[in-house]
Design a protein around this ligand. Structure first.
Ligand code: NAD
Length: 532
């Protein structure tokens, strides 16, 4: 018999025929309602309502979850480890402002809420933490490990990063001393030459197939040694240069595997880690901007039905940009230029002072307003209209000028400065200049995103679905675009639109979590407050 109870400890209990709590998970029916829009010969838009019925199953047992970081000895890597340990052991510390308690501020999952519905007695909204929506791993419970080309033990690596208060570091030393990153793969051509002096912890040789097998063995043994039920591998190592996409080398899964066998120059370390994770059946997330997911890598993940997500953490400047640009365009104001300038003094900044690595970052930072611009043909003329108007062929529509500058200034350390100027056109030829000056520790922005990415990716591996009429449940599509909120240049299913808008990304995630509970999204219709 089916027990109609939410999983043990679950805060939410959905009382509905379409939501069934089973012994090992939650089964929920959901109807995806949308609109199909086509343009008729008369130029009018024909809208047809669409309805697709789904059933979701969320396995409720979270189990023991591992998190393997590539680049664990870096600023982000050590801050993730330190934050996890300080929270787990409840370590508080003295600052000049008083005693500070550990927390997960900045984490969407641990520190933000979703509006679940309305209390009929009070008429007030009821909000719940995102972490309570479905069974998710608590970041205190992760088993964390990782690789780094720098062999410095994690207590010293944390000191090198200069991110956390000294009194916290002092108390974390006993927990972090003795933890040495696993040796990693170093192909000097992919990261800045200025990184060479920290590369002292390397898997020997230059045989890429042997490197792949070694990383696969590391993943397996980490899983076995720690008796893990699930594992996420996440790249938070240096930004690499772009890999060239070469037909016959990295364009298909088969060619990519052959390119690894022949140790082809264009196979990057991050792609080796991605392939290893895919072949081991564990999720892989890329937190840096380079094109780790070459077409052959995406195809490999599809073939193995494993999960990938990327690219590049959306932590500060770009996050604000994906809010402000949307605000301007949705307010009917026309941004003419967006000029972004950064300086930072940490090792990431040092690596990005090299042109080819900067280029990867420039590409990922630049695409972030594209969807908002493309969504408003009233303000920005589409390519076809420009072509018609000018008589010249325009491949791209009208777009604000957009530049990105990054400079390395060692003195400011991890405390990054980001300055953005938004220059826009107002009513009747008016102009508006808006400047944002953002200053904070970069790694304290990225660390909660790393927890969110790992928690949500792990959850998504436990969710399966079937369409109406299908017998079998199957996993979600390999590219986890539901992680977009945390990523600057979201990887999406080929042929589908990228969503950069932060509010749309959050809505997408919220609606999905609700769908897995069989809840229709009430959005902001708030009808009861609008009718008699
Ligand atoms: P970091 O330089 O402090 O750390 C990177 C670490 O990776 C270093 O310890 C380095 O030795 C190691 N490394 C390099 N190549 C490696 C390899 N092949 N295998 C294993 N380890 C390797 O940088 P960080 O500040 O921690 O940032 C990490 C990455 O995250 C960067 O690519 C950065 O661009 C990206 N990122 C950071 C933020 C942020 O807010 N901090 C935002 C977006 C993206």
């Amino acid at each position: 018999a089916t027990a109609k109870r939410s999983p043990e400890g679950g805060l939410i209990q959905v009382e509905s025929e379409s939501t069934v709590y089973e012994e090992d998970g939650i089964r929920a029916k959901f109807v995806d309602r949308g609109a199909a829009v086509t343009k008729g010969p008369d130029g009018r838009l024909k809208v047809t309502k669409t309805e697709n019925a789904y059933e979701f199953f969320t396995k409720s047992k979270v189990g023991r979850v591992g998190l393997l970081l590539v680049g664990i000895g870096g600023n982000n890597g050590t801050t993730v480890m330190a934050t996890h340990l300080a929270n787990k052991h409840n370590i508080s510390w003295h600052t000049k402002n008083g005693i500070q308690q550990p927390n997960y501020i900045g984490s969407l999952v641990r520190a933000s809420t979703i509006r679940l519905g309305v209390n009929p007695e009070t008429g007030k909204d009821v909000h719940v933490p995102i972490s309570e929506m479905l069974p998710m791993v608590h970041p205190n419970d992760f088993v964390i490990g990782g690789w780094d080309i720098s062999g410095v033990e994690l207590d010293q690596a944390m000191a090198r990063a200069q991110v956390l208060d000294w009194d916290l570091q002092r108390q974390l030393v006993p927990h972090m001393a003795g933890i040495k990153p696993m040796p990693s793969i170093y192909y000097p051509d992919f990261i800045a030459a200025n990184q060479a002096d920290r590369a002292d912890n390397l898997i020997p040789g230059d045989d890429k197939q042997a490197h792949l097998e070694r990383i696969r063995a590391d993943i397996r043994s980490f899983k076995e040694t720690n008796s893990l039920d699930n594992l996420v591998v996440l790249w938070t190592a240096n930004t690499e240069r772009y890999a060239e996409i070469i037909p016959g080398v990295n364009d298909t899964a088969k060619n990519l595997l052959a390119a690894v066998k022949s140790s082809h120059d264009e196979v990057s370390p991050s792609t080796i880690f991605a392939i290893a994770s895919i072949l081991e059946g564990v999720a892989f997330i890329n937190g840096s901007p380079q094109n780790t997911f070459v077409p052959g890598c995406i195809e490999l993940a599809e073939k193995h039905k494993t999960f990938i997500g990327g690219d590049d953490f959306k932590s500060g400047q770009t996050k604000v940009k994906s809010v402000l640009a949307e605000f301007l365009v949705n307010a009917g104001i026309k941004p003419l230029s967006i000029s972004s300038y950064n300086h930072l003094g940490n090792n990431d900044g040092k690596n990005l002072s090299s042109q080819r690595q900067f280029r990867s970052k420039e590409i990922s930072k630049s695409s972030v307003v594209d969807d908002m611009v493309a969504a408003n043909a009233v303000l920005f003329k589409p390519a076809e209209e420009l072509t018609k108007e000018t008589g010249e062929v325009h491949k791209k529509g009208e777009h604000p000028d957009h530049i990105v500058v990054i400079k390395h200034v060692p003195a400011v350390g991890d405390s990054k400065r980001a300055i953005d100027e938004y220059y826009s056109e107002l009513l009747m030829g008016g102009r508006n200049v808006m400047n944002i000056f953002n200053e904070c520790e970069d790694s304290l922005l990225a660390t909660p995103l790393i927890f969110d990415l790992a928690i949500l990716a792990e959850l998504l591996t436990r969710i399966t679905y079937r369409r109406e009429g299908e017998a079998e449940f199957q996993p979600l599509y390999s590219v986890l675009s539901l992680l977009s909120y945390m990523l600057k240049a979201p990887l999406v299913k080929p042929g589908t639109d990228v969503v950069n808008s932060l509010s749309r990304q959050r809505n997408g995630l919220e609606m999905f979590l609700k769908a897995c509970l069989g809840l229709e999204n009430q959005g902001d219709l708030l009808l009861s407050s609008r009718v008699w």
